[in-house]
Design a protein around this ligand. Sequence first.
Ligand SMILES: CC(C)[C@H](C(=O)O)[C@@H](O)C(=O)O
Ligand code: SF4
Length: 773
Amino acid sequence: MPSADSKPRTLYDKVFDHHIVNEQEDGTCLLYIDRHLVHEVTSPQAFEGLKNASRKVRRPDCTLVTVDHNIPTSSRKNFKNAEEFIKENDSRLQCTTLEENVKDFGLTYFGMGDKRQGIVHIIGPEQGFTLPGTTVVCGDSHTSTHGAFGSLAFGIGTSEVEHVLATQTLLTRRSKNMRIQVDGELPAGVTSKDVVLHIIGVIGTAGGTGAVIEFCGSVIRGLSMEARMSMCNMSIEGGARAGMIAPDEITFEYLKGRPLAPKYGSAEWNKAVNFWSTLKSDPDAHFDENIFLDGKDIIPTISWGTSPQDVIPINGVVPSPDDFQDEARKLACKRALEYMGLVSGTPMKEIPVDKVFIGSCTNARIEDLRAAAKVVKGRKVADNILRAMIVPGSGLVKEQAEAEGLDKIFTDSGFEWREAGCSMCLGMNPDILSPKERCASTSNRNFEGRQGAQGRTHLMSPAMAATAAIVGKLADVREHFVPSPTLAKVAPQVDIQPEVDSPETEDELDRVLDVPADNEPHTNSSAGGGGKSTGLPKFNVLKGIAAPLDRSNVDTDAIIPKQFLKTIKRTGLGTAAFYELRYHPDGKENPDFVLNQGVYRDAKILVVTGPNFGCGSSREHAPWALLDFGIKCIIAPSFADIFFNNTFKNGMLPVVVDDEVALKKIADEAHAGREVEVDLDNQVIKDAQGNKIVSFNVDSFRKHCLVNGLDDIGLTLQMESKISTFEAQRTLDTPWLDGSGYLRRGTRGATRIEAAPVPKTNRGDVKNEPLEW
Ligand SMILES: CC(C)[C@H](C(=O)O)[C@@H](O)C(=O)O
Ligand code: SF4
């Protein structure tokens, strides 16, 4: 690992530098990944890729799997297995495929019969799997949540999931540093959700593009870990690669006693805390961008439109297109008002609500439920509310809430008390909005159709959603109820202790795990399948019809809606690309949508005139759908980071053209139905006659892979000895990261699939193994 550098560094710089396995001249870095979380939606194609190439999972001990998006949240009283419990065919297949994969690859899995199951971003921290200073990834954009611990945590696409499974590394580049400092104090009734919604309103959904945000200032320092997680969770909604908060006493307190954290009080714990305490930005570290806010200016904030940047204080009125300066925002506002069924000038507090959803990886932790319970205690859900749901983020959160009697408070007031899962956050499961229903939701995305086709989402804090349920309209918690104490500095008490004592000796451990005595280190486990690099069609010159798309902030939910994420294949999604824009609710084609018109049905290139194409979810289904439609190249003024990466992994080329004049020329060619030529070899875009319109930049490594059709897993496997050397050093420096702790602990009565035997450590001499794990 690199030695300390004299140049002042940010927290992000430090964690990034600490994980570099290799750095190329063009700035492409091979980054070691400490923690990999996996769920059913973004993994089937990755496991299939491994199987096809006869590759293994390199570090089962650093991989944790659960099921969350597809599962029903109805009572599991009679639960036997996922196969019987999940009625919807595609959802069932995705979940059972995951269960087969965890068996085949020997991974630890918290399935539906295990109380530790839950939303992937809730269970990682809850178990102590997420630790300060680590790199954490998951095929899910809200991986940013884990940055609350001072880890570098970010969402990846399915190809990258496969890359991490096979190599425990990722190819990436440095991001910019952005600091968002919130000082002062928050007024009563204002929570971290209000703070982060306010921030996204200030910076916009593309504000953090290309950057990692560090949240700091006295307001942030005063937040509990759970409140910090809600903030970092939504940094992706601000377009950032990740959000981070420097670890401190509040962080260490939260981690004490977590099953997968080093054992509190042990030598390893002390060593870890010493290291974690160094994880902060140096006083003179350079930030590329700074935003300073005062806590006192933030009041309870909710969304009015169809983008997380469409936010307003609860005492405001529905905006009008005239309130915006630029044409794109005016247009987006007009469209959002139509979609949301709102009239400019209406006070937000006069808008009636149909459904209330308290849940999601943003706000389904115990403190969130406590805050909501405080509001609803002794009160009844308003008569006009069709459905009010509380969906705990994990089985353990549910158990804790029940121990505190919160379930009773909720059910007495008319809420449904559900089982853990993503639920109505994105409606891949039975919990969805009906068309035109309006929902007060504690989730993180209000995109069109997000909670159900034609559904209308208003984002807010748990206390505000609970207030809306009681009042029957969007409402200000401060006017109706005692402000909720969400900023407690103590770690929430969730009983996260294992049910069975840890085996104390290695022999006992072997017996529990059925590990063969000759315990081989697993660092070379990925060698199967070899380091050959093959795979993608080459991309040199692409000439074809370019379809114009005059929109900004096109999110991946719009490119491929949630109902199409249930596939376990990469192919066949072309007919579903832009589904809700392309088809009317009755299934007929919308003739106004460009891809339904004449020559554009055969488009090979998409020319987007607005910024931030591909924002939101990490679903690689978005580039797969475009590719399957026939589009291999997208030209836009800017892209969201995860989508941008995902396209390259599929042999597609995203081209940034931020020169307005050049972009207009290309869009004019597209509007005229003429062909456009994208010459990657020479990095130029030409018109149909071969006249150059503009040159473009592309990272040299990415270009090299595209023009040669190289699959980068094969390339990375050629770095095997560097990866092994890195791992050996990691074992010396941060031994607590060689995680096998959870494999030592059984679960009495749980129906989880036992992890297949895996070597329990790569630390070499077992006699020196600390017993704490
Ligand atoms: C399914 C997954 C790819 C997606 C994400 O990346 O965020 C989902 O969790 C979401 O919230 O849209
Ligand atoms: S944002 Fe919603 S769908 Fe995505 S992981 Fe979180 S709870 Fe699940």
